[in-house]
Design a protein around this ligand. Structure first.
Ligand code: ZN
Length: 241
């Protein structure tokens, strides 16, 4: 099972780049979904603001009608007051007018408050619509850029997958099954470069026997973590390049 460290290093590089490309490929659509969710949330908030605005206007209109009918009532009471037949009737009407005018002034204050609230909501609605416009624009830009990136990523993926097939085809057949098993379970983490005399994946010290095998280009797996291990470039014997 002679496999050079440089062949393993190359395989490891391809696997890591493939993982990186696949992650980047997934990241794009994830970002789009996050932006879509944000836009939907802004739209929901706008709907609520618009409903609040409408309800505030209805309440204000009702109060205006109430104020108007109160004022009409005061006017007709004033007519009656002028035609009062007795002091007692005059006083009752006068008290009634005063009470109605007081109620009207409370109502007028409430209407003023309601109008302020309506203005405030209208400003919030305008602000929210601006936010939505910006969010829509950003979403469109992100969609465009993800689309463009996806094409580039796809090209890179195809190129690397071809490199992988070629590198794997060069592996000794009796080794390929063990290699495939560890790659299937650990993907780009299936391999580790030796650091000093430690496994670069789990940092377990390697036996002198393992180190001797590595220097003879024997493909071995770390006994602790099962990763396929290989010597770094500066320690690879030149005859094995
Ligand atoms: Zn290990």
């Amino acid at each position: 099972m002679a496999v050079t460290a440089s062949a393993l290093r190359e395989l490891h590089r391809i696997h890591r780049q493939l993982t990186d490309l696949r992650e980047r490929k997934e990241r794009g659509p994830k970002q789009i979904r996050a932006r879509e969710a944000n836009l939907a949330r802004l739209a929901d908030e706008l709907t609520k603001l618009q409903a609040d605005h409408k309800a505030a206007r209805v309440r204000s209109d009702q109060k205006q009608l109430l104020l108007k009918s109160g004022e009409d009532k005061v006017e007709s009471l004033k007519v009656k007051l002028n035609a009062a037949a007795s002091n007692r009737e005059y006083q009752v009407l006068k008290d009634q007018i005063a009470a109605d005018q007081m109620a009207g002034s409370v109502l007028a204050d409430e209407i003023l408050e309601a109008m302020e609230k309506i203005d405030e909501l209208a400003a919030q609605i305008a602000e929210q619509q601006k936010k939505i416009a910006v969010s829509k624009e950003e979403l469109a830009k992100a969609q465009q850029s993800v689309l463009e990136q996806a094409e580039l990523l796809e090209t890179d993926l195809k190129r690397l997958e071809a490199q992988l097939r070629e590198a794997e085809a060069a592996l000794p057949t009796d080794f390929r099954e063990n290699y495939q098993r560890v790659v299937n379970s650990k993907q780009d983490d299936a391999m580790a470069e030796v650091q000093g005399d430690f496994c670069g994946g789990c940092y377990q010290q390697l036996t002198p026997n393992s180190m001797a095998e590595l220097s003879m280009s024997v493909a071995i797996f770390c006994r602790n973590c099962g990763r396929l291990i290989y010597l770094p470039e500066d320690r690879t014997p030149s005859q094995n390049r």
